[in-house]
Design a binder for this molecule. Sequence first.
Ligand code: PLP
Length: 409
Amino acid sequence: MRDDSPTPRPSLANGPMTLAIPGPSIVPDRVLRAMHRPSPNIYHGPLVDLTHSLIPDLKQVARTLHNATIYIGNGHAVWEASLANTHARGDLVLIPRTGTFADGWGEMARGLGLRVEYIDFGNRSPMDAAAIGARLRDDKDLEIKSVLAVHVDTSSSVRSDIAAIRAEMDAAGHPALLQVDCMASLGCDVFEMDEWGVDVTIAGCQKGLMTPAGMAFVFYNDKADRARDRSDCATGYWDWRPRTNPEVYFRYFNGTGPTHHLYGLREALDMLVHEEGIDNAWARHATLARALWAAFAAWETPGGLELNVRDPAHRSHAVTAVRLPENATRLREWTEEELGLTLGIGLGMAPLGDPAWHGFFRVGHMGHVSGHSMMGTLGAIEAGLRALDLPHGPGALAAAASVLAASAT
Ligand SMILES: *Cc1c(COP(=O)(O)O)cnc(C)c1O
């Protein structure tokens, strides 16, 4: 300790810290331990077999029998990978928007030389599939080549009905690809790639898949692969074809693989797919979300604390955006500094620097979250509301506990 260090004060933030931001999520100790090893041989041996074993399990998580590829990268990387493999420069893509992550995918499309058209549903409502269908019916020249839909927009925590969008696309008889961003929802919210008729799904490893950021996935079907034939954006690195079922190991990653991440992901998929089961993981996230909503329903005050999405049917089970005019930043800082709970900042709901920015926060409850950790998060928020004397209704923790008590078997 340096001599000028402040004298430690008693703090309730000592002890385990909890990260409740919507990505990266908590990495289980088992996953960390699996990664703690010397560098492996990348030419043959256990790592090669382990990598092969990830592909069928990833497909189970995305509920697809089609193709899965792993990129060394984050969500932005697979935004680009998905578009690069399916588009020619000048193509038009239609983006139904329910939050700021739609803007991010659109920016990536513009960067590749695509034309971007949004249908904006604001920051509090799901996509209206009928409006998407109407726009597609208007597209007589079939200029729209893809509909890019964010399943759960992590900024607003709005979840949209992907199957309904496919139904409208089919009813319109439109051949555009349906591409879905499942970064925030994969492994948390129900998602059925094949059954819902999704052509391309993208996700990353650092949210529902509980692994440190650094790998992301593109799942694609044969229709999407046919679009690859006319794409002029897929450069050598991003091309999904050499990466899919490669005969030579290093093609999986177009170079050295993310060695330690692969061990971590193996462990995480053992937990999610083989031990818990994806349906049970979905059910766990649904129950935890209901407990959280019950607490917030009790806390809510007119003009004060309020969940961003009013209708539970359109709320994510992995992330929750909260409105707390003026005081969200104070609450976040208090829970982090005083109790060791880190909540997520508001994103995209008000411009950075604008005083309104301090009126939003988010709770991440994706991946490695139990009933006990959810109660801890809610308890810490309750303490913060009390300590800062912020208006809130009574009974929140009892309401959340009742949800958990009723669901436990
Ligand atoms: C997190 C997230 C992204 C971006 O992922 P990065 O790894 O930060 O690039 C994209 N879309 C959604 C819906 C996300 O939640």
